[in-house]
Design a protein around this ligand. Sequence first.
Ligand code: LIP
Length: 270
Amino acid sequence: MTNAELTRLAVQVATEAGRFARDTRRAGITVASTKTSEVDIVTAADTATESLLIEALLAARPHDGVLGEEGGLRPGTSGLTWVLDPIDGTVNYLYGAGPYAVSVAVVEGEPNPAGWSPLAGCVHDPVGERCYSAGRGDGAFCNGRRLPGPNLVGLQNALLATGFGYLAGRRRRQGRVLAALIADLRDIRRSGCASLDLCSVAVGLVDGYYERGLNPWDHAAGALVASEAGAVVSGPQGRLPGVDLVVAAGQRLHAELLARLDELDAAADD
Ligand code: LIP
């Protein structure tokens, strides 16, 4: 399959799963379990939506691997792995407060951000009916319209999106960094959905995004949308994005933000 064909498959399954999750929410949802902390929740819809995605993807490509937020890694033999966040923005989904999305990416190579090469991805917002998609080398789109790419601003005029983890210690540290950073910016936005935050950079709804502690499935598809729209997407010191850090912005803001985060991160350790 070409990257364009993989993108079409990602769009098809993410759209169907997004509508399933939206309709399931209307019927009522409850917390099924928790993961890393009492506030890191899983709903029955998360697991059901992931099962729907896996069934549809393996019906089309039975030899691919899967790395899902709820089910973990199921190795394949094709060299390709589908990286799935069935409901990104789970707390928003539970409360009915804020956006959520189905995030589907397919990567080549190792099924981890340090060793993979993203080929195609889709982030589907079933409430806003916005379907972001990208294939490597093919550009980034929303509902079939090419995305304009990131705004070209400096740090002092930047509207930044960010997020916070589920562990109290990590949130305390993230709060310290943000408290020091916020005076240098226009403002921040905290949506609660990393995949849509990354797509928002690609659209220009925010000027940049950063977050530490993300799981691979949180950023796999959104990072490809942002980079295919022309944003610079990296981890710390310009390395690949991953659990240590994901930063996405236009070139100038990316450089200024990365440098400022490095300074603040060092200070937060003191
Ligand atoms: C969420 C991310 C969000 C982050 C939350 C959580 P989930 O993913 O999309 O940006 O700040 O802590 O990780 O848990 O809803 O799939």
